[in-house]
Design a protein around this ligand. Sequence first.
Ligand SMILES: C[C@](O)(C(=O)O)[C@H](CC(=O)O)C(=O)O
Ligand SMILES: [Mg+2]
Length: 286
Amino acid sequence: MQNEKPLQIVGAIHANHALLAEQAGFKAIYLSGGGVAAGSLGIPDLGITSLQDVLIDAERITNACSLPLLVDIDTGFGPSAFNIERTIRALLKVGVAAVHIEDQVGAKRCGHRPGKELVSAAEMCDRVKAAVDARTDENFLIGARTDALASEGLEKALERAVAYKAAGADFIFAEAVHTLEEYRRFRAATGLPILANITEFGQTPLFTVAQLATAAVDMVLYPLSAFRAANKAAENVYNSIRRDGTQAAEIHAMQTREELYKSINYYAYENKLDQLFNTDQDGKSK
Ligand SMILES: C[C@](O)(C(=O)O)[C@H](CC(=O)O)C(=O)O
Ligand SMILES: [Mg+2]
């Protein structure tokens, strides 16, 4: 956040996308809860995934990519403070930089769907306190997400955000916001960094970085943009091969072998292999 204002944070569904995001110049990446659910497990974003599911994906990303990774931990993966402590400790251990935890009930929904139910502000404060208490590294940031705007309105959502700050939150994720003015209000009420979730096909207009800068937004999240685009591309390729009996019509849309190899640093690995081993694959001297 010191290096880029507002900081653009892009969703990377897996390690390869994380590398592509880094190569495109992004300074921070995101592991979406909805993305782990839909992408890794093929299920909806309804609080079904476990800590283990998210941990596996997060660790694969941090192993491959050194950019700071923000992880969506939904409601913390369990009802008690000890569950949240376990979640924070586990993510810290695999090199995650920050998380956000939300004030929905455990049987949560996507923030841009109707029918969201919240826990009380007091219960959410306990979640935040548990997360803050569990961290062993001050640089590990804990964001409090409030989904209150939809059901309780702006004033109550602001009150919640202020309470979450008092509980120790480092930043506020204001979910399903409709106007730039609402972001300004969250910033003014809390004085904390504000994250704007610019997810497609949701409640929030696709505000630009320049627009969000005028509202003093500190972080701009694109949680599933690459995922949605990649899924559409995959769908087109499957349909095309099935229909035509060849992939010819889709070659133009594909990342080439060369591009793939560049993105994963293939040649450096191959060179190392050549240098390290004196024998070839049959065991004969080179
Ligand atoms: C940010 C989010 O929590 C996610 O899991 O990526 C989702 C995104 C989406 O469903 O578009 C959310 O906003 O609830
Ligand atoms: Mg989510």
